[in-house]
Design a binder for this molecule. Structure first.
Ligand SMILES: *Cc1c(COP(=O)(O)O)cnc(C)c1O
Length: 404
């Protein structure tokens, strides 16, 4: 069989469907502006919410990590891949997100892959058991894949309509008399395509009423939501009340890589024994640990970075609406600018780059048909001038394409 022909045919299909994902090589570090095609352009497509990706303090933390602890560990955690800085970082994160303890993973994707199977595939004192997981329809791919790793024989999966608490309560009620061991409710804290927040206060209440464990993936909320950036729990005034929180060090907190799960002391100790991506995959390198520690300490000591992000976000949301663009309303620095058809979003993204603004279009199947959009992401790294310049370009290009 000609395997390569299979691949190239499929690639043609992807091109024809207009869903091919292009990569643009940046010629320098990630900042409020980046260098692309030998030009400096305003970056509106990064998860670099706090502008820490190239912050001097964070860079120094990473360099010191290497100087003191070396480049790599050549090991998983329990063999010889735990350094004092790994324990320090876990403690710092736990304190920041309001859980008793934290376990690090190489990414949040790995953390979410680890969590569900670690619980549901283990007997833990039961010979016969069934578990059930209630999951929001729009949860992140890593949660969806995490659920795929749970054995069908012992795990029921129930999908509830996006952020629909009535629907969740209905299916919980149907299951009320069933003799489940674990009942787990899983939700993203912030849904990254729409920039909307899950109703975390209601989820906390519903989980409690139904003796369910609440799992929240706060990747897009950490450093972003709440007055001091502690995530959706702070925003909704339920800090310390989410059972399990997963998150990433690859977005607001430095933007390199690494993920984690926070929860009770016993749960985290259990995960260190049982989760396969933790037991069988390498430990995070000292540069990333050092950088992440510096990033978290910076965030804790300077919550004004979070206020700056929130101020920038409110300003951009107001101004882009005033120009006549349709956005999904909200408070999150993910600002979806709705354009309808994929071709429009694609064209607009290309034209904006010519006008020194870097922003990517999203269209079906990533978002529903007819809801193509540009996903703008605001950062604390943006100056007011950056935002004004970007808005000017939106105005010029929007008029040229007849959108406003
Ligand atoms: C980005 C993201 C992830 C993956 O995080 P990584 O650390 O990059 O693997 C998981 N869940 C959500 C909701 C995300 O936005």
């Amino acid at each position: 069989m000609n395997y390569n022909k299979l691949f190239s045919d499929e690639l043609k299909n992807i091109h024809n469907a207009n869903t091919f994902k292009y990569e643009t090589a940046l010629e320098g570090p990630q900042d409020g502006k980046v260098r692309v095609n030998k030009k400096n352009v305003i970056m509106l497509a990064a998860n670099n919410y706090l502008g820490m990706s190239n912050n001097p303090i964070v860079r120094k933390g990473a360099i010191n990590g290497i100087k003191k602890y070396g480049y790599g560990l050549a090991s998983v955690r329990f063999l010889c891949g735990t350094q004092t800085i790994h324990l320090e970082l876990e403690k710092l994160i736990a304190e920041f997100i309001g859980t008793e303890d934290v376990i690090l993973f190489s990414s949040c994707f790995a953390a979410n892959n680890a969590f569900f199977a670690s619980l549901t595939n283990e007997k833990i004192g039961f010979d016969n058991y069934r578990d059930v997981i209630y999951t929001d329809q729009l949860n992140h791919a890593s949660i969806i894949d995490g659920l795929r790793l749970c054995k069908q024989e012992t795990t029921d999966k129930r999908i509830y309509r996006h952020a629909d608490m009535k629907h969740l309560q209905e299916i919980l009620k149907e299951d009320k008399t069933k003799n489940y061991r674990f009942r787990i409710i899983a939700s993203d804290g912030v849904f990254s395509m729409e920039g909307d927040l899950a109703p975390i206060d209601k989820l906390v209440k519903i989980a409690k009423e139904n003796s369910a464990l609440l799992f929240v993936d706060d990747c897009h909320a950490l450093g972003v939501c709440g007055k001091t950036g502690r995530g959706t729990s702070e925003h909704f005034n339920v800090f310390g009340k989410i059972d399990v929180i997963s998150g990433t060090l690859g977005k607001a907190i430095g933007g390199a890589l690494g993920g984690f799960i926070g929860g009770s002391k016993d749960l985290i100790a259990f995960l260190r024994q049982k989760s396969r991506p933790y037991t069988f995959s390498n430990s995070i390198p000292p540069a990333v640990v050092g950088g992440s520690i510096a990033a978290l300490k910076l965030l804790k000591s300077k919550p004004s970075i979070v206020s700056k992000l929130q101020k920038n976000t409110a300003y951009f949301r107001k101004k882009i609406s005033e120009l006549g663009f349709t956005i999904i309303p909200g408070i999150h620095p993910v600002v979806p600018v709705m354009l309808g058809e994929a071709e429009v979003a694609q064209k607009m993204s290309q034209e904006l780059l010519k006008h020194r603004v870097y922003v990517k279009g999203l269209w079906f199947p990533v978002v529903p048909k007819g809801e193509a959009r540009l996903r703008v992401q605001i950062s604390a790294a943006h100056s007011k001038k950056n935002l004004d310049d970007a808005l000017k370009s939106f105005k010029v290009v929007g008029r040229k394409l007849g959108i406003i």
